[in-house]
Write a protein that binds this ligand. Structure first.
Ligand code: 5AD
Ligand code: SF4
Length: 475
C-alpha cells in the first residue's frame, strides 16, 4: 500500500514538474475526519503540493465532509456554489471526500447538479487519493471512488500534522452499535481495529518528534479488538514498547502499553461507549501515569425510555452507577459528554431526566446537539418527531444549566495550582501563552516561549467562561 502511494505521488510530481501547486482543505465534522484530512495533506505533500489558507489561489480544493447532522449538507452545497467560479476560471480541481460521500442520495445530487466536481471519494478508499488525483489531472476524468463494503485497515499513509504538541491517532474505524439516530454505522462500516504494534510505532514516532499529547480516536474506542475477538480471530498480540514486550488484547491493555512510551505526557481517548466501559479500563486509567483523568462518556439522553428508543443499551441508573463507580476508584476524575435534545418522543419528563443527570454528574464539558433526522436511520422513520421550536427551547435550557455549572466549577480553580501542558501562543495575543489542564480547561498566562511543550504548574488567578487565567511563579 505504502509503495502504491509512492508510485502515484511520484507520477503527480512528474506531471506538475516545475510548477508550485497549492492545496486547500476544509474539514467538517469530528476528530476522525480531522485525522483523515491530515492523511490527505500527507499524501498531497508527498505529491509536491503546499498548503494554502486562501481558497482562491488553490490548485486543488478538497472538502472532507461529515453527515452526522443536517447543517453539514447545507454547508457543503453552499461551498460548492462558491468554488464553481474557480473551476470555470482556472480549472481548479475540486475533490469531495468523507462520510457524506457514502450516502447515495448525496452522490446522486452531485452527479445531477454539480457536474463540475472532479473527484468524489468515500471513507473506505482514502489511500487511493493520489491515484484518483493523478487520473483527474492527466486524463481530465471525473472520478468516483467509493466502496460500499468495509475497506481494509491501511497502514503507511503519510500523515501531515500542523500541531507539533498534540496529535491524534486513529485506533479503530467503524461502528457496530446502530444507535437509532446515528448515520455513522452506515457510512463508516463495521468495526475494524488497527494492529496494536502499528499504533505503538506511530505513538513512539510522535514522541520522538517531540509530541507530548496523543488522543486515541475511534467511534467506539473501548470496543478495540472486540469485534475481531467475536469473529474468532486471535487477538493476543505481543508488542514491543519502549524495548519491553507487552501483551495487548483489549483497549485496557492498549492503554497500558501506550502509557510506557517515554515523552508522551498525556493520553486521551474519544469516544468510549458507556455500555462497554469495563472495569479493566477503569483500572488501567487509575494505574496509568499519563492517561488523563478526564473521561468523555457520551450520555445522549438521561431518560431510560429515550435511551431504549435510541438503542443505547443502558439505563439512566446504569449511567449514573458507572460514573459513581469510576469516581470511587479515581476520586480526581472529571467527565465530559455528548447530549442530544429533541429525540423523537422525548417528553418534558424525559428531558428533565437529562437535566437531572447533568446536575448529578456535573460535567466539565457538554457537547450539545439538537436531534437531526438522518435518511436511512431507524429514528428518522419514527412518527413522534419533536417540533423545532421545542427542540430549540430545550437546547437553550440545557445550555443555561451547563454554563451555570461551568461557572461554579471555574471558580473552584481560582487560587489553586494546576498542571498545564503549554500548547503555544494565544491566537488573539502573541504575548500570551495558552495551554490546557488535564481536565481540558484552557489556561492563558504570560511566560517565555521556551515553556511551549512543557507541563508546568500554574496558579489560577481568575476565571472566565471559556478560559482560566494563570500566573507562572515557578512553584
Ligand atoms: N442528531 C444530532 N446529534 C447526533 N449525534 C449523532 N447523530 C446525531 C443526530 N442524528 C451526536 C451524538 C454523538 C455526536 C458525535 O454527535 O451525540 O455522540
Ligand atoms: Fe453513532 Fe452510536 Fe456508533 Fe457512536 S456508538 S458512532 S452514536 S451508532
Amino acid at each position: 500500500m505504502e509503495t502504491d502511494i509512492k508510485v502515484w505521488t511520484e507520477k503527480i510530481n512528474e506531471l506538475n514538474k516545475g510548477k508550485e501547486k497549492k492545496y486547500y482543505i476544509l474539514t467538517m465534522g469530528c476528530q476522525l475526519n480531522e485525522n483523515d484530512s491530515e492523511k490527505i495533506a500527507g499524501m498531497l505533500k508527498e505529491a509536491g503540493y503546499v498548503k494554502t489558507e486562501r481558497i482562491e489561489e488553490a490548485d486543488i480544493i478538497i472538502f472532507n465532509t461529515c453527515c452526522v447532522r443536517e447543517n453539514a449538507e447545507e454547508r457543503l452545497f453552499g461551498k460548492l456554489g462558491e468554488v464553481k467560479k474557480y473551476k470555470e476560471e482556472k480549472g481548479t480541481i475540486i475533490a469531495i471526500g468523507g462520510c457524506m460521500m457514502q450516502e447515495k442520495h448525496i452522490t446522486q445530487k452531485l452527479k445531477e447538479s454539480y457536474k463540475f466536481v472532479d473527484i468524489v471519494f468515500g471513507t473506505h478508499t482514502l489511500e487511493n487519493f493520489p491515484k484518483d488525483l493523478y487520473y483527474a489531472l492527466k486524463e481530465n476524468k471525473k472520478i468516483e471512488d467509493i466502496l460500499d463494503i468495509d475497506g481494509v485497515v491501511y497502514e503507511g499513509v503519510p500523515v501531515y500534522r500542523e500541531d507539533k504538541i498534540k496529535a491524534s491517532i486513529t485506533i479503530m474505524n467503524g461502528c457496530n452499535n446502530f444507535c437509532t439516530y446515528c448515520i455513522v454505522p452506515y457510512v463508516r462500516g463495521r468495526e475494524r481495529s488497527r494492529n496494536p504494534q502499528d499504533i505503538i510505532n506511530e505513538a513512539e514516532d510522535l514522541a520522538k518528534q517531540g509530541y507530548k499529547e496523543i488522543t486515541l480516536l475511534g467511534q467506539n474506542v473501548n470496543s478495540y479488538l472486540v469485534y475481531q475477538k467475536q469473529k474468532g480471530e486471535d487477538v493476543n498480540f505481543k508488542v514491543l514498547v519502549n524495548g519491553k514486550e507487552k501483551q495487548v488484547n483489549s483497549f485496557a491493555t492498549l492503554l497500558k502499553a501506550l502509557d510506557e512510551i517515554e515523552g508522551i505526557e498525556r493520553i486521551r481517548f474519544v469516544s468510549p461507549h458507556p455500555k462497554d466501559f469495563t472495569d479493566d479500563v477503569i483500572d488501567a486509567i487509575k494505574d496509568s501515569k499519563h492517561v488523563c483523568k478526564l473521561i468523555h462518556l457520551p450520555l445522549q439522553s438521561g431518560s431510560t425510555k429515550v435511551l431504549k428508543e435510541m438503542n443505547r443499551k443502558y439505563t439512566k441508573e446504569d449511567y449514573l452507577n458507572l460514573a459513581k463507580k469510576i469516581k470511587e476508584k479515581i476520586p480526581e476524575v472529571t467527565f465530559s459528554t455528548d447530549i442530544i435534545v429533541g429525540f423523537p418522543g422525548e417528553t418534558e419528563q424525559d428531558f428533565e431526566d437529562t437535566l437531572d443527570v447533568v446536575k448529578k454528574v456535573n460535567f466539565e464539558q457538554v457537547f450539545m446537539f439538537i436531534y437531526s433526522r438522518r435518511v436511512g436511520t431507524v429514528a428518522d422513520k419514527m412518527e413522534n418527531q419533536i417540533p423545532e421550536n421545542i427542540k430549540h427551547k430545550r437546547f437553550n435550557r440545557l445550555k443555561e444549566l451547563v454554563e451555570k455549572q461551568i461557572e461554579v466549577q471555574n471558580k473552584e480553580y481560582v487560587g489553586k495550582y494546576v498542571d498545564v501542558l503549554v500548547e503555544g501562543e494565544s491566537k488573539n495575543n502573541k504575548d500570551i501563552l495558552t495551554g490546557r489542564t488535564e481536565s481540558n480547561k484552557v489556561v492563558n498566562f504570560e511566560g517565555s516561549r521556551d515553556l511551549i511543550g512543557k507541563v508546568i504548574k500554574l496558579k489560577i488567578v481568575s476565571e472566565h467562561m471559556w478560559y482560566l487565567k494563570g500566573i507562572y511563579d515557578k512553584m
